[in-house]
Design a protein around this ligand. Structure first.
Ligand code: HEM
Length: 418
């Protein structure tokens, strides 16, 4: 790949056939505002070239809904190839674990995903729902008991997803406090990179032992409604998965609650700063499921872009040639603001059909936790709106601070009163 770069202020195309390479610096990001660099790239064309703060070279960026769907569903774009290259990226460090779902291509990806899929189906999540409601009620009880005002993130939006994840994973009750602490260290920006690394070591070590224990327990994971660790232990026992692979699959699933904390943090921030939206959802519970989809479409879930893919052969896309070996990013956030699919896309419109959004991705790498996340978000909206009819921000909106230098965006704290 050539390495010529321009800034957004001054494009100087290096070759007539290729768009210029744009530098995409990290942040700063404001509240729930759409990232301005991404908005500019979307205006420049359906396929642009970008260079992020870390890694090497440049990569293509696709922003249109139809291109994003095509690329993410086309085996000519490989994740496994990207895992062994230093593709230009947002994250300073890059150490993909062999066997991680996100970096696998077919047929490995199917094999890895199949091992845990039973725990995330619609019916499995339906079975989990009453227990999740109990856990949420207990957290809201505690918050109410401690009195108004309170930090909704610390009291509910962080501990709830971590607790539900422990339930799905099959973490024994007396081990949960330890896992809560590790998970919090990993997802919080407060303790720094070293603390997060140490916590990861602790968590992955614990998961490894848990998988081995279940592997050695005859019958564990062979039943119908099994937890993730038992399913993985059984898959290792049957020889379908290596032990390291099982750990690589389990790790992101254990930490995945972070996404719900931050996504619902942004959702409640939007609702609490937009009384028209909040009132509508309070008054009309039937409108909530569609409203959640519209908010998922609108929320800028992450900074910059996620994981890249590598083209394994030349692919022509809308008159542009992506050459074999080129790195390619898609932006699900940009696709969710494609005016061809969502007219007036920067407006939250609770009456639109947002069903075509790609907030959970698309294709084989579609989010494993999508049904599970929706269930948690529905419970959060129903429980907090119905139990606390006076719920409001306890500080002016501009005093809510948001995570910076982070992959997943969300408020650091959400002070509320009721
Ligand atoms: C609102 C919350 C969430 C959002 C918006 C979200 C979004 C996404 C997106 C956009 C992807 C990437 C698709 C791609 O690579 O092309 C993804 C992948 C993934 N998510 Fe989520 N996610 C959420 C919650 C969760 C939760 C709670 C879990 C775990 C229980 C989870 C586990 C995963 C895993 C394992 C992958 C990789 C799947 C694969 O590559 O096969 N996510 N998610």
């Amino acid at each position: 790949m050539a390495d010529e770069t321009t800034t957004l202020a001054g494009p100087h195309p290096p070759e007539p056939s290729l768009p210029p390479v744009r530098d995409w610096p990290a942040g700063p990001l404001v509240g729930t505002e759409f990232e301005p660099v991404l908005a500019e790239l979307m205006r420049e064309g359906p396929l642009t070239r970008i260079r992020l703060p870390h890694g090497e070279g440049w990569a293509w960026l696709a922003t249109r809904h139809d291109d994003v769907k095509l690329i993410t569903n086309d085996p000519r774009f490989s994740r496994a190839e990207a895992s062994v290259r230093q593709v230009t990226r947002l994250a300073p460090h890059f150490a993909p674990r062999p066997g991680a779902l996100a970096w696998a291509d077919q047929p490995d990806h199917n094999r890895l995903r199949h091992a845990v899929s039973a725990a995330y189906t619609v019916s499995a999540v339906k079975r989990l729902r009453p227990r999740a409601q109990e856990m949420l009620d207990a957290l809201v009880d505690d918050m109410v008991r401690a009195g108004s005002p309170a930090d909704l993130i610390a009291r509910v939006l962080e501990p709830f997803p971590i607790s539900v994840v422990c339930e799905v994973m099959g973490v024994p009750l007396d081990e949960r406090r330890k896992l809560h602490t590790w998970t919090r260290e990993i997802i919080s920006t407060a303790g720094g990179a070293d603390a997060a690394e140490l916590a990861k070591k602790g968590l992955f070590g614990w998961i490894g032992q848990a998988v081995r224990d279940r592997r050695d327990t005859e019958g564990a994971g062979d039943g119908e409604s099994e937890d993730v660790l038992s399913l993985l232990g059984a898959a290792v026992r049957r020889g379908e998965l290596g032990e390291e692979e099982a750990i690589s699959v389990a790790g992101p699933l254990q930490i995945g609650g972070e996404a719900v904390t931050n996504n619902s943090g942004q959702m409640f921030y939007l609702l609490l700063t937009r009384p028209d939206l909040l009132e509508r959802l309070r008054a009309d519970p039937a409108s909530r499921p569609a409203a959640i989809e519209e908010l998922l479409r609108y929320i800028p879930h992450r900074a910059a872009v996620g994981l890249p893919r590598i083209a394994t052969e030349d692919v022509d896309l809308g008159g542009v040639r992506i050459s074999a070996g080129d790195a390619v990013y898609v932006s699900y956030l940009a696709a969710n603001r494609d005016p061809a699919v969502f007219p007036d896309p920067d407006r939250i419109d609770l009456d639109r059909d947002a069903g075509a959004h790609v907030a959970f991705g698309n294709g084989p790498h579609f989010c494993t936790g999508a049904v599970f996340s929706r269930m948690q978000i529905e419970l959060l909206i129903d429980t907090l709106l119905d139990r606390l009819p006076g719920l409001r921000l306890a500080v002016p909106a501009d005093q809510v601070s948001f995570r910076q230098r982070t992959m997943i965006r969300g408020p650091l704290a959400l002070p509320v009163a009721w």
